[in-house]
Write a protein that binds this ligand. Structure first.
Ligand SMILES: Nc1ncnc2c1ncn2[C@@H]1O[C@H](COP(=O)(O)OP(=O)(O)OP(=O)(O)O)[C@@H](O)[C@H]1O
Ligand SMILES: [Mg+2]
Length: 313
């Protein structure tokens, strides 16, 4: 069943079409990534889904509730981490007091409030910080607190707008890991805006790329990679003669580029799904042991640049 179903969703600001007849369906339990460059319409989409904005045309159904006809119910079953997540917590209240305040606002049953806050703060590794004022927490910890606030009322759908964009790489990684564990534990549907491709590639099951308010690509992460990346770069770490490994690779007609490194070769392979095993076999039969055959990480980024900048859109 689709947890989020967007049909013909459109938002104009005067002459500007920020979201342009968007069609998307997101199955329950998915971690969905909405990717697009600055100004593509990601935040506007999130604001429409969270009923902060009213669409110019079209609509969306979130967990069975229409954003136009049932906005109150939509707000109850969604949790939102807005782009300016700092604005959703009170700097002069402690971490605990912030959550207590929002628990009351969301009418969490009184006898469950303490238990839920303790569970969440512990889960987000913030329990030790519970008595610190939110304004004095590090940016990473404040973002985790804002995430706690967004999930306190156990929403079925989480709308996270650039959850890691303000964080350093280590804090961002931790937040990504927490999103993955949250999804495993509570099985919510995540709708995550990002322009960080490697990030989306790591945590999202499904991806849509938008540009100028229009969906230009949509599918599972795996599908998009295999369908659209006609060639990919791989790093093959080997034990044995690197020069020989390199010449075996060069002799294959589907190998476009070969670069030799200290313990590995980098190769660009056409139709890797079909051809990788042939290359592996050729290397093995030439006495070269393969320690690692790894895809280079920039693949989705290449795809994104191709789609958004290269005019395929
Ligand atoms: N309230 C508003 N009034 C007028 N124009 C707006 C408003 N909100 C957004 N826009 C415009 O709509 C377009 C889409 O903006 P949006 O914030 O949704 O993009 P985004 O994909 O979230 O970008 P970013 O990656 O920078 O966060 C932009 O051209 C923006 O200037
Ligand atoms: Mg935005």
């Amino acid at each position: 069943m689709d947890e989020v179903s967007i049909s013909g969703l459109t938002k104009n600001f005067g002459d500007l079409v920020a979201v342009d007849h968007m069609e998307l369906s997101i199955p329950a339990g998915t971690i969905f990534g909405l990717l697009g460059p600055n100004g593509a319409g990601k935040s506007t989409t999130t604001r429409l889904l969270s009923t902060l904005l009213h669409p110019t045309d079209g609509t969306a159904v979130v967990s069975g509730f229409d954003i136009i006809e049932n906005p109150v119910q939509v707000r109850e079953i969604t949790g939102v981490l807005p782009e300016e997540s700092n604005h959703t917590i009170y700097p002069s209240l402690t971490a605990y007091e912030n959550l207590e305040y929002f628990a009351r606002l969301y009418e969490v049953p009184k006898d469950e409030i303490h238990e839920r806050i303790e569970e969440l703060l512990t889960f987000m590794e913030l329990w030790e910080r519970k008595d610190d004022r939110a304004g004095e927490l590090s940016t990473g910890n404040r973002q985790r607190l804002a995430l706690c606030r967004a999930i306190l009322h156990r929403p079925k759908v989480l709308l996270l707008d650039e959850p890691t964009s303000a964080l350093d790489p280590i804090a961002a990684k931790r937040v990504r890991e927490l999103i993955l564990s949250l999804s495993q534990r509570y099985k919510q549907t995540f709708f995550i805006n990002s322009h960080n491709l490697p990030e989306v590639q790591r945590i999202c099951d499904r991806i849509a790329i938008i540009d100028k308010g229009k969906v230009v690509l949509h599918g599972s992460t795996r599908e998009l990679r295999s369908k659209l990346l006609a060639k990919q770069e791989f790093r093959i770490r080997v034990v044995g003669d690197i020069g020989k490994a390199s010449s075996v690779a060069k002799s294959m007609n589907f190998v476009e580029e070969v670069e030799e490194e200290v313990d590995s070769i980098s190769v660009v392979i056409e139709n890797p799904l079909e051809n990788n095993s042939t290359l592996m076999q050729a290397l093995l039969s030439n006495g070269i042991k393969i320690v690692e055959f790894a895809e280079e990480e920039t693949t989705l980024e290449d795809l994104y640049l191709e789609v958004v900048k290269g005019g395929t859109a």
